[in-house]
Write a protein that binds this ligand. Structure first.
Ligand code: UDP
Ligand code: MG
Length: 134
């Protein structure tokens, strides 16, 4: 067991659909601390960097357009085993398999428009926190 920090990003649909309060309250209710947060507009470069592993995928242009469609809410979330714990709270990438009670299970019905990002490993968390918070 270790206290970890993870990079969490509420994607543009979360803001457009006025889900920020709902999602933040789930993170707080779980017992995690939000240690930094900001609303920000992304550009194509930061999106390409963040999703470098997906640049060759046929859905990349749809993903880029989504991430450019409005501001995101970027957060550093801290807690015991927070990296895997936040992934569990979020639900899986395949939103059709996401259980009710998870954020994606409750709010997402599209593989691209899936409401929330969370780092998937300690290595990714370190890189992403640096990328978005310096
Ligand atoms: N994505 C998509 N279609 C897919 C898989 C992923 O549009 O078939 C998008 C979706 O927004 C996802 C993001 O690409 O959150 C990053 O994909 P990744 O595999 O890293 O999933 P995540 O870590 O977000 O669960
Ligand atoms: Mg990912």
């Amino acid at each position: 067991m270790a206290v970890e920090q993870t990079y969490i990003m509420l994607k543009p649909d979360a803001i457009q659909r006025q889900l920020l309060g709902e999602i933040i309250s789930r993170i707080e209710r779980k017992g995690y601390q939000i240690v930094q947060a900001k609303l920000m507009d992304l550009d194509s470069e930061i999106i390409a960097n963040h999703y470098a592993h997906l640049l060759e995928q046929n859905f990349y242009s749809k993903l880029e357009a989504y991430m450019l469609s409005g501001p995101v809410f970027a957060m550093i979330v801290e807690g015991e085993e927070a990296i895997q714990g936040m992934r569990t709270l979020m639900g899986p990438t395949n939103v059709f398999a996401a259980m009710p009670g998870t954020i994606r299970g409750d709010f997402a019905t599209d593989l691209t428009y899936n409401t929330i990002h969370g780092s998937d490993s300690p290595e990714a968390a370190e890189v992403e926190i640096k990328q978005f918070f310096g």
